[in-house]
Write a protein that binds this ligand. Structure first.
Ligand code: ASC
Length: 128
């Protein structure tokens, strides 16, 4: 268990930062901002799939204040938040599978689904 609320906040933020970096690099490849490297893309997708399972544990009660962009609404609608987090994890797992195929359309679709999971949750539960 976390010793103090700030530790839980830092824990989840650390994972989100790593997710953003890995996901952002995948986006750069898909948008042609850098060459597509199937092996790098796949390991980034594996990273995101593993990292997607980390943040949820940090959303403990009493962590809607302090150095966080998390809105109190998370804890008011916890079941919906939880299901959105699970959907993100499922999409990230599917993206990791798609990344091992050579089907660019499948990869792009799986990437878009995962991005929608990020945004869908941020729109409702994250300060802008
Ligand atoms: C990112 C990032 C997000 C998501 C989101 C997807 O790279 O940092 O929060 O993608 O913008 O729509």
């Amino acid at each position: 268990n976390f010793e103090k609320p700030a530790d839980a906040i830092e824990y989840r933020q650390s994972a989100f930062g790593l997710i953003a970096y890995n996901f952002g690099d995948m986006g750069a490849m898909l948008k042609g901002k850098k060459p597509f490297d199937a092996s790098v893309f796949s390991s980034r997708a594996d990273n995101v799939a593993a990292l997607s399972k980390i943040p949820h544990e940090g959303f403990i009660d009493g962590t809607d204040t302090g150095d966080t962009e998390a809105l109190a609404k998370i804890w008011q609608d916890k079941a919906d938040f939880d299901s959105k987090m699970t959907a993100f994890q499922d999409n990230a797992a599917a993206l990791a599978v798609a990344a091992k195929s050579s089907d660019q359309n499948q990869i792009k679709q799986a990437f878009a689904n995962t991005g929608k999971s990020c945004k869908g949750c941020h729109d409702v539960y994250k300060k802008d």
